[in-house]
Design a protein around this ligand. Structure first.
Ligand SMILES: C[S@@+](CC[C@H](N)C(=O)[O-])C[C@H]1O[C@@H](n2cnc3c(N)ncnc32)[C@H](O)[C@@H]1O
Length: 351
């Protein structure tokens, strides 16, 4: 694990970023519909919300800013890091239990929140197609390129799939996906619910309950609470450091900003009392930041931190209670062989 002092941007990092794979493009012959391409990105990455979070105490940036094209490619690289157990653990669970999920829900259209490249979802789709034949799939994500990659991944194994990509944030994506007729399985993998603050998680569950039908299912991947050493190693490897610092690059290109990324360092630690990992960028020098397109400026003191992400580490009992309070009953859960992560199936039983 690199020492925290070394977790800064350097010219080697820039070379590494240049070597990230460029995204493949769909060849246009496949059954793929992308919805929301006409929505201005300013409605997805909303400047007013960013100003609000950067003006808070502590200052923070929403975790969706991790996922421009560079950040999405870095996330894929993070999933290959030895210390980042989350991807492998969830893949193991789905490899062993996707068929049980399909058996328990019966035939359903699948809607995925924050699909990323949907690599693990292929395991689930295979199980549904084997059990029930053609199955429709809708992926919601803020990043268009990653939706195209998800379409490629899924269509390469199941060419008959009807793929719909919905570009947008969870809430607007859910409103569109809820219009799909028939029973549905909503899926959220990669511990993405763990990136939500309490109010965001409550809003999401409230929307699911009101938009989806009685009897619909929700399959959620979570990271279970564990030893600080394992957690801190997962979020302090080279890919995690780069991913975190690239959030500032993202703000620079999107909003014409002047963050000097070489003057920040990455900080990630286990906040045991709040049961979460936290990632921050810390200013190594005082600096004044201007986001020109938002007409927003602020001053950072030397040593001041901006929180870029939280990653909740979950107690299963408390987690189930939160869902039950929103009318979602736990049906079953599965863990990986090291009991690091869980995939939990809930059903809407009360509207
Ligand atoms: C942690 S990654 C998980 C990706 C994939 N589900 C997996 O398990 O590997 C989160 C994904 O959600 C997307 N995302 C993040 N915040 C979002 C938001 N508010 N609305 C929609 N998508 C979001 C990102 O672009 C990214 O692809």
């Amino acid at each position: 694990m690199p020492s925290r002092g070394s977790a800064v941007f350097c010219s080697g990092c820039i070379d590494m970023l240049r070597r990230l794979p460029s995204k493949r493009k769909l060849d246009g012959r496949q059954k793929c519909t992308i919805i929301g391409a006409d929505i201005p990105e300013t409605e997805i990455f909303r400047g007013d919300l960013l100003i609000q979070s950067l003006s808070g105490s502590p200052r923070s940036i929403g975790s969706m800013y991790y996922y421009d094209d560079t950040g999405s490619a870095l996330f894929e690289r993070l999933c290959q890091e030895d210390s980042y157990y989350l991807f492998r653990a969830e893949r193991e669970i789905l490899a062993h239990h996707a068929k049980s999920v399909a058996d328990m829900t019966g035939p359903a259209s699948i809607v995925e929140l924050g699909s990323g490249n949907a690599q693990k979802t292929t395991l689930l789709m295979n199980a549904y197609m084997e059990n029930y034949g053609p199955t429709s799939y809708a992926a919601i994500d803020v990043n268009r390129s990653i939706l195209e990659e998800a379409a490629e991944n899924l269509l390469s194994i199941t060419p008959d799939l009807n793929f719909t990509g919905i570009i947008g944030v969870y809430q607007t994506g859910l409103e569109q996906a809820a219009a799909v007729i028939g029973p549905k399985l909503l899926v959220c993998l990669g511990s993405s619910v763990g990136n939500m603050y309490d109010d965001e998680l409550h809003d999401l569950l409230h929307s699911i309950r009101s938009l989806f039908a009685l009897g619909d299912f929700f399959l959620v991947g979570i990271d279970l609470d564990k030893n600080s050493d394992i957690l801190e190693a997962a979020y302090n490897n080279q890919s995690a450091i780069l991913t975190n610092l690239c959030v500032l690059q993202h703000l620079n290109w999107r909003f014409d900003g002047n963050f000097n990324v070489f003057q920040f360092r990455h900080v990630a630690f286990h906040n045991k009392s709040l049961c979460r990992m936290e990632a921050h960028v810390e200013a190594m020098q005082a600096q004044s930041v201007n986001l020109e397109k938002l007409e927003f400026s602020f001053c950072l003191e030397k040593g001041e931190m901006i929180r870029t992400e939280i990653m909740r580490k979950v107690n299963l009992h408390t987690f189930n209670e939160t869902f039950m309070n929103h009318g979602l009953n736990p049906v079953h859960h599965w863990t990986d062989s090291d009991r690091r992560c869980a995939v939990c199936l809930f059903q809407i039983v009360d509207k």
